[in-house]
Design a protein around this ligand. Structure first.
Ligand code: ZN
Length: 312
């Protein structure tokens, strides 16, 4: 039985596909999109395309183009968001939303502090791989040149009932102490932008890889700190990651898993969805994403995830 129940009295399910145009999409991205699409469509919900192009120096036009081409090839549709690269740049780019991200940041008030540490200094002073708190009490001016903005975290445990993994409890300071929310190069950090976007778009279903459990914990804590309680009612599904034959996480440059390469070889999207279906324990015929929607597949899959390649 699905963990995501459709309740006619509750608000409509709203989720998002959130690719980053800093590399070509790979099979792992497609599986995440497919799962997000399936969970949303099954619940009769609305799906948004939100392209995470915050990190401007790493964004390239060909990667942005690749997102639209790949989604079309995969047969994925969405209800809100950009229809193409130009529409994205003009109307949806996160680079045009810095004022909004700054507003959310300011809601954290005295929890913010400026940090002038270099990555090397942090590494040298840290005992646990986390920020050692060097600048916490220095009272450096906020927004001064060469400084990042961090948020002062606290020793709390963040809990939620995950749709895929079940009950979760993350010790905040052991997973992410005093994260950077505004970078030294004057770019908002992923955590604050993602939270602002999810709040503004009314997202109440987040489907992401299990490598983002720490991010979910910090975003839930931030939401509580700024009084955005409705974000805490969102459903989270953290699925296992698709891994390469060596057991390592796929990267943007994952050669044989690059969907761009698959298209160039004349392979079809049906193959992508067949592989996902097998990973979900479904052995029936699959020619398209619509076939997956019609198939009696439990999400998350029942029993152990033995079919998930390299998955946990
Ligand atoms: Zn510092």
């Amino acid at each position: 039985m699905d963990r995501l129940m459709q309740d006619p009295h509750s608000a409509m399910v709203r989720s998002r596909l959130a690719p980053t145009p800093s590399g070509y999409l790979h099979l792992g991205n497609a599986w995440n999109f497919g799962l997000t699409w399936l969970l949303t469509r099954r619940a009769g919900g609305r799906l948004r395309l939100r392209i995470d192009d915050l990190d401007a120096p790493r964004v390239r036009p060909e990667y942005l183009e690749d997102i639209f081409r790949t989604l079309e090839w995969l047969g994925l549709d969405w209800d809100e968001g950009p229809g193409g690269p130009e529409d994205h740049r003009r109307h949806f780019s996160q680079q045009n939303r810095h004022a909004r991200y700054r507003e959310l940041l300011q809601a954290l008030g005295p929890r913010l502090f400026a940090c002038r540490c270099s990555r090397r200094e942090i590494q040298a002073a840290s005992r646990d791989g986390q920020y050692p708190g060097t600048c916490r009490e220095l009272g450096l001016p906020l927004g001064g040149p060469g400084t990042a903005l961090r948020v002062r975290t606290e020793a709390v445990t963040i809990t939620w009932d995950d749709g895929w993994l079940g009950p979760q409890a993350v010790a905040l300071e052991a997973s992410m102490r005093d994260p950077v929310l505004w970078r030294k190069d004057d770019i908002p950090a992923y955590q604050i932008a993602t939270l602002a976007d999810d709040l503004d778009h009314g997202i109440n279903l987040v489907v992401r890889g299990a490598d983002l459990l720490d991010s979910t914990a910090i975003q839930r804590w931030l939401a509580r700190e700024i009084g955005a309680g409705r974000f805490l009612e969102a459903q989270f599904f953290h699925h296992p990651l698709l891994k390469g034959p060596d057991g390592a996480k796929l990267s943007k440059s994952a050669g044989s898993y690059s969907l761009q390469a698959w298209r160039a070889e004349g392979r079809t999207a049906a193959e992508v969805w067949q592989q996902l279906a097998r990973a979900l324990g479904w052995a029936g015929p699959v020619g398209s994403l619509q076939d997956l929607l019609a198939a009696p597949i439990a999400l998350p899959p029942a029993g152990d995830h033995a079919h998930w390649p390299g998955g946990a």
